[in-house]
Design a protein around this ligand. Sequence first.
Ligand SMILES: CSC[C@@H](O)[C@@H](O)C(=O)COP(=O)(O)O
Length: 379
Amino acid sequence: MADQQARTDGDKRPTEIPVIRWEEPPEGPVLVLLDQTRLPTEEVELVCTDAPALVEAIRSLAVRGAPLLGIAGAYGVALAAVRGFEVAEAARALEGARPTAVNLSVGVRRAQAAHQAALAKTGDPAAAAAAALAAARTLHREDAEASARMAAHGLALLEELQPGGGHRILTHCNTGSLVSGGEGTAFAVALRAHREGRLRRLWVDETRPLLQGARLTAYEAARSGMAYTLLTDNAAGSLFAAGEVDAVLIGADRIAADGSVANKVGSYPLAVLARYHHVPFIVVAPVTTIDPDTPDGASIEVEQRPGFEVTEVTAPQVPVTGAGGGIPVAPLGTQAYNPAFDVTPPELVTAIVTEAGAVSPVTAEALGTLCASSRQVTI
Ligand SMILES: CSC[C@@H](O)[C@@H](O)C(=O)COP(=O)(O)O
C-alpha cells in the first residue's frame, strides 16, 4: 500500500521549498516532494515513505519533467533499499510509472546498479542502500551542474543567432527549477538571459490540457521578475505571424539517436510554425535525455493520458464534480485523444543544446559524437 502524506507549511516562501529532498526523521528516511499538482495556488509537500507512493506521485504528475523524474527515480530506489523493500521490484515499478521520459529509467538504473555493485562487493544490505543513496545524490548534484552549463551554452547560441540581446523567446510546458536539481533546461536559458539584461520577453504557452505553462512556468517566471506573457497554445501562430518571436526554446523527454525530439504535446506544431516563419527552434536537454537505444522518432513510446484530463478542467480551489475529479467541459461520455507528448523530426530542430555543448545541424553522427565524448559511467 502506497504511503504518501500531504504536508502544508504556510510559513515557507516558495523559494524555500525544494522540489525534492531526502529527509531522515526518527521514523525512518522519506522522500519529500513539492506537489506540483497544487501549484500555483498552494505550496504543499508530499512525503513518500515507500516506492509505491513515489510511483503514484509520478503518475499523478506531483513530480514531473524529465530531469526531475530521473532524480526522483534514483531516490526511489534508495528509499526501497534503505527501508528494506525488494529493490528490483521497486525499480521495475518506478521505471514503468511513465514511459516517455528516458531520464526516469536512467536514474532508476543508475541507483540500482550502484546498489547491486555494493551488494556484490560487501554482501551488506546497509552498505548497498547507502551506495544507492549516494548515486541518487550524485545524480541530483550533476543535474544542477548540467543545468548551469546548458544555460551558458544556450545563451551563447542565442547571442550568436541574434547578437545584441533583446530576445523574445517562446517556450512550452515547464522546464525550470521545478524539473531539475538546478534551474532547469530551456527555462534556465531564458533566466540567464533575463539576469544578463538580454531577455525582452518570455512568451509562455499555457500547455493544454494540464497547464504546465500557466501553472508552473508562469509561476517561475513571476518569481524571477522577468517580463513574461501567457498565451493559449493556439495563439502561437498569430504571434509568429506578427513577428513577435525570435526563438523557440523547449526541453525534451527523450531524444532518439537520429535527433527526433519527444516533448510535451504541442511542441511539434511549434516546430512547424517556427520553420515556416524562419525562427530558430532550439531544444535544451541534458545528455542523459539522448537515448542511443531508441533509433528514431517512430520508436519513441508516447504516453497516452486519461481522457478526463481533456474533457474536464481542474482547479485546486473550486468544487469538483466530474468522473476524473474535475468540472466537465464536454458532454458526458465524450472520447478524448490525449497523448502527453509529440515527436519533432530532427530536420525541424535548429539545435540541441546540452551541458556538453550544442549540436547544429542535428544529425545522428553529431549526436553520437557528443554522447561518446561526454558520457561518464558513474556508479
Ligand atoms: C526539462 S523538462 C522537459 C520535458 O520534461 C518537459 O518539457 C515536459 O514535457 C514535461 O512533461 P510532463 O508531462 O509535465 O512531465
